[in-house]
Design a protein around this ligand. Structure first.
Ligand SMILES: *Cc1c(COP(=O)(O)O)cnc(C)c1O
Length: 223
């Protein structure tokens, strides 16, 4: 069996072992820095959703893989002069943290395409190195985003600071999940919590994530 398929199987097993009420999160393969060939190999194992951070690399890959029906997620930080390319090439954007960016994505989404799915990024540990809004800003920003015509607010994304102890990972993931429930209570169409990476996928799943973003544990360490 090829290497990637064994790794995907092992991630799926880990997710199934901790899934609550058999709700196994969607596996988003993070393909930044990976080749077109590696992405093809992962799609052959049944993966459909892929995440990219670097726009130029991503667009080249998206075009080269146009024969596959991949659902592309933008998960990198967004510069406002790049919104047009993001709006044209992706199905999802996980890193919305400003009204200005969301407004541009909505305006630049081609009329012929379905609404762009967006998630609000939450900066749960108040880290300067990461994007995302403070929890206190969540409901205010959400109210503005739901009024935009060509984007659809689907939920929340967060990247907690690394923690080594499982109990600590679980505690921060539960905190994020509570904000997600708050958002969903106000906007019932919200259905996506993007939380969990290779190092904390068990804690994130246990806390109620329904989309995990996995790079290393599918493709191996990045150079
Ligand atoms: C790179 C990246 C991931 C994947 O991280 P791994 O630890 O390799 O699983 C997930 N989410 C975001 C936003 C990333 O930039």
């Amino acid at each position: 069996m090829p290497r990637i398929s064994e790794k995907i199987e092992s991630v799926q097993t880990r997710l199934a072992e901790v899934a609550q009420h058999n709700q196994v999160p969607l596996l988003l393969a993070v393909s930044k820095t990976r080749t077109e060939k590696e992405v093809r190999e992962a799609t052959a194992c049944g993966l459909l959703n892929f995440g990219e951070n670097y726009l130029q690399d991503a667009i080249a890959k998206i075009e080269a893989l146009d024969d596959l029906n991949i659902i592309w997620h933008f998960i990198g930080s967004i510069q406002s002069n790049k919104t047009s390319d993001i709006a044209k090439h992706f199905n999802w954007v996980h890193t919305v943290d400003r009204l200005k960016i969301a407004r541009r994505l909505s305006e630049q989404r081609p009329e012929s395409m379905s609404d762009l799915n967006i998630l609000i990024q939450l900066n749960i540990d108040d880290e300067d190195s990461k994007g995302g809004i403070a929890p206190a800003e969540l409901m205010g920003l959400a109210a503005k985003l739901v009024a935009l015509p060509k984007v659809k607010l689907r939920g929340l994304m967060a990247i907690p600071a690394p923690r080594t102890k499982f109990e600590e990972q679980l505690a921060v993931c539960e905190k994020i999940h509570n904000y997600y429930l708050q958002l969903q209570q106000q906007y019932p169409e919200v259905d996506t919590l993007s939380m969990g990476m290779s190092a904390d996928l068990e804690a994130a799943t246990k806390a109620g994530s329904n989309l995990v973003r996995i790079g290393t544990d599918i493709f191996g360490p990045r150079q």
